[in-house]
Design a protein. Structure first.
Length: 289
């Protein structure tokens, strides 16, 4: 029983980690906390569902959703990144919150606010015995796709010139620009990468959570504690934080009352901020007085 709960928590944590990864990618490059990240994921998921339900085939639905995510990333860069970089943090937060509400309402207008969409996954959700574990092909697919995506992102950031330019921009945008790095193109690329990662998370989670306009806000409220838990600004922290939070939440659904389960991620967040505010992978910054 416990192993099955942990397995479920790992698959759930993979989705949280991907959404948190999208948050951290944008924050590292632009220092903007994108509160519309969940809505970006949710809209790409709706596009996938629309194409898949039209019997266009799984491949066409995936490619169409990813292309939509690319366009959404470009639009978000134009609306958010260019006007808000260098502006006060409060202005950035309010702008991204307002945009999240607009995207959620727009989704409701296009796909209706009331309907709750479900679709059968391409692989079975029925658990099967794999050694001492009980895991379904659907859960294996979530973990496998997440690992492949994280590996590809790691290779891109560390083994390509453009990836190195992204890392340089995230470390010091002014110095990167002085060295000839086109930071405007870097910002567009980061928003596109973040949108693509979130789109994959949305496609993976639909069969389990269903699809409704509030899905984006729900997953964002899980991804934020995961990012903070790992150390906001650290890619490896987003992954670790997502997995840890997913397992803890899965255990909480079994061993804690429902009233506590709903606020459990935020209890973990408060404890982490009190004990280690820089997160598990964050580096403490000492300020001189």
């Amino acid at each position: 029983m416990t192993t099955q709960i942990i397995t479920y928590g790992i698959t759930l944590g993979c989705v949280y980690a991907l959404v948190a990864l999208g948050l951290v990618l944008i924050y590292r490059a632009t220092e903007i906390v994108n509160f519309a990240q969940g809505e970006m994921m949710m809209m790409s998921a709706y596009m996938f569902f629309t194409l898949y339900s039209m019997e266009k085939g799984l491949f066409t639905a995936v490619i169409g959703s990813l292309l939509f995510a690319v366009m959404l990333g470009v639009v978000m860069n134009t609306i958010i990144s260019r006007p808000l970089i260098g502006k006060p943090i409060f202005a950035q937060i309010m702008a991204t919150i307002a945009l999240s509400i607009v995207l959620r309402s727009l989704t409701g207008v296009i796909w209706t606010h009331e309907d709750f969409f479900m679709y059968p996954p391409p692989v079975s959700m029925k658990p099967m015995d794999v050694g001492f574990l009980q895991i379904s092909p659907y859960q294996i697919a979530i973990v496998g796709v997440s690992i492949i995506l994280v590996l590809l992102l790691y290779l891109f950031l560390n083994l390509t010139r453009f990836g190195t330019a992204i890392k340089a921009t995230s470390e010091n945008p002014v110095a990167a620009q002085l060295m000839g790095i086109p930071i405007k193109r870097i910002y567009i690329a980061v928003w596109i990468l973040s949108s693509l990662v979130s789109a994959v998370a949305g496609m993976l989670i639909i069969p389990q959570f269903g699809l409704q306009p509030m899905l984006g806000s729900r997953l964002l409220l899980m991804a934020l504690p995961a990012a903070v838990l790992g150390g906001f600004g650290k890619l490896e922290g987003a992954i670790a934080g997502g997995l840890i939070l997913g397992v803890l939440e899965s255990l909480a659904t079994v061993y804690l009352p429902t009233s506590i389960y709903d606020i459990f991620p935020w209890i973990i967040l408060i404890l982490m901020l009190l004990i280690r505010p820089d997160g598990l992978f964050g580096t403490p910054v000492r300020k001189r007085v």
